[in-house]
Write a protein that binds this ligand. Structure first.
Ligand SMILES: [Ca+2]
Length: 488
């Protein structure tokens, strides 16, 4: 079985390599399963792969930006593949507004990077190409299986069909604490919620930063009281604990909206109490991730739940650059939190308007994880000699580079935080998109965020806030989505 799969591939690659050499760029190169068959393979029919002359892609700020060497990336990608690449890269913070506009206008790129929510919605609306026929039995599938990561691709199949590829695992956030701050207030790292509160209180009322002034710092900050995308609670897991503010599958397989359940009210109570005590950044609802990182480096606060792995070193280095103590420790989840959540990674998708989906699959998606020169280009900045990160985080790659030139750059703290996360986390559910889901999910999330802000920041009474939520059709929309998910 494996032999039958691999042999046609070797033949296919030889044909493709030969044709590329003979034709150069600018000419259409056609290979197909039939030509493989004629040259001795065992496959009689299958997708054909025409090399595109040009590929248009839309990507967020996780690809190296124009200021940081994107032109060099583009030139090298084009040289390696012989295809003209057109890059559309909106500002990172408005990326999904631009994505929404593109899908509304119908003027779509060939390939696009989508977070899990957008991925499920657009797949359900038939706006993405089903790549299952190209992926099944492909060389890429073989590489991913060899790396033991096929479950990560299975996790993004929707009713058995695949609408994209995630080049990395989703990863998630762990809680980092400034070691010096703990020392200065005479505490050790918290293991349960009470100890966590004691720490936040000390960080807020004492002098953890050692500048001689009590009470000019606070405990914790985050990019909002709730994250914009699944798994939503990942920046404040100590407060949310067993509460999940969106749709999830219960043990019996039925879907429910955790926002309407009792644990959510308890989480809101914890957040409100901590906020009113001044333990939480007063401007938390205004923060982007950049703002919270800057405040962390400026020693405004001491506890930051952020991405595991690579970021452990970056946070530490930035603190040192800002002339602060650079030691940050990643803690296991509190007893009440149980586990950190792994998110579903953003997915590279081919749009339904792409004229040549099989060719784009072969030459764009498959080369991104070629365990070779193209993957290395997606992994490291082409203009840095220090293996600065590009789009793919080498510690999270679904096809790890066999000869990873940046392997030696992993620090002990990075390896430790990655290990800590991987052994203390589970994957968040990826809800199917239904008609009700795509109709209501944005409005419903906006109402949920408003309720959270009112209860936590303004101190509005919980029942009154839920009453307003109901009056604005929040309960109706939530139930309509739950019903539609359970009807699938
Ligand atoms: Ca102080």
């Amino acid at each position: 079985m494996i032999r039958n799969r691999i042999r046609p591939f070797i033949a296919l690659i030889m044909v493709m390599t030969l044709m590329t050499v003979l034709c150069g760029c600018g000419l259409e190169v056609v290979t197909s399963a039939r030509s493989v068959t004629e040259s001795g393979g065992a496959v009689s029919s299958g997708p054909s792969y025409t090399k595109p002359q040009q590929i248009t892609m839309m990507v967020d700020g996780t690809l190296i930006t124009l200021e940081n060497g994107r032109d060099e990336f583009e030139a090298r990608w084009e040289a390696l593949t012989g295809i003209d690449l057109v890059i559309i890269q909106p500002e990172h913070d408005v990326y999904y507004e631009e994505v929404t506009k593109a899908f509304e206008s119908g003027d779509l790129p060939d390939v696009i990077l989508l977070s899990s929510t957008y991925y499920t919605v657009y797949a359900a609306e038939d706006l993405l190409a089903d790549i299952s026929p190209y992926y099944d039995g492909s060389e890429l599938e073989a590489r991913i299986t060899k790396a033991g990561n096929e479950s990560l691709i299975d996790a993004i199949k929707i009713k058995g069909k695949l609408y994209g590829i995630t080049p990395t695992r989703g990863n998630g956030c762990v809680t980092y604490i400034k070691k010096k701050w703990l020392d200065n207030v005479g505490l050790s790292a918290p293991t349960n919620y009470q100890e966590y509160m004691d720490m936040l209180k000390a960080f807020t009322e004492k002098d953890p930063d050692g500048n001689g002034i009590n009470g000019d710092t606070y405990g914790v900050s985050a990019a909002g009281l709730i994250n914009n995308e699944a798994p939503y609670t990942n920046y404040l897991p100590e407060f949310y604990q067993d509460a999940y503010p969106s749709f999830y599958q219960k043990a019996d397989g039925t879907w429910t909206d955790g926002f309407m359940e009792e644990p959510m009210r308890q989480a809101l109570t914890r957040l409100r109490d901590a906020y009113s005590n001044g333990y939480i950044d007063p401007d938390i609802t205004e923060n982007g991730t950049g703002a919270c990182r800057d405040k962390f480096y400026a020693d405004e606060y001491g506890v930051f739940t952020y991405w595991s792995g690579t970021w452990a070193k970056t946070l530490s280095n930035k603190l040192i650059e800002a002339e602060k103590d650079g030691e940050v420790i990643a803690i296991p989840p509190l007893a009440e939190t149980g586990e950190y959540l792994e998110r579903v990674a953003p997915v590279w998708c081919i749009t339904s308007t792409c004229k040549n989906p099989s060719g784009v699959y072969k030459y764009f998606l498959e080369t991104m994880l070629d365990d070779g020169a193209v993957e290395e280009l997606w992994t490291y900045s082409p203009v840095s000699d220090k293996y600065a990160k590009n789009h793919i985080d080498h510690m999270l790659a679904v096809v790890p580079l066999t000869n990873d030139p940046g392997a030696g750059s992993v620090s002990a703290s990075q390896a430790e935080s990655a290990k800590l996360f991987n052994s203390n986390s589970h994957m968040a559910d990826l809800p199917y998109s239904t008609e009700a889901f795509s109709l209501y999910s944005d409005d419903l999330m906006a109402l949920k965020k408003e309720l959270i802000r009112k209860v936590v920041v303004e101190g509005v009474d919980m029942d009154a806030a839920y009453g307003e939520f109901e009056a604005a059709n929040g309960v109706y929309m939530s139930q309509a989505i739950v019903d539609s998910l359970n009807a699938e």
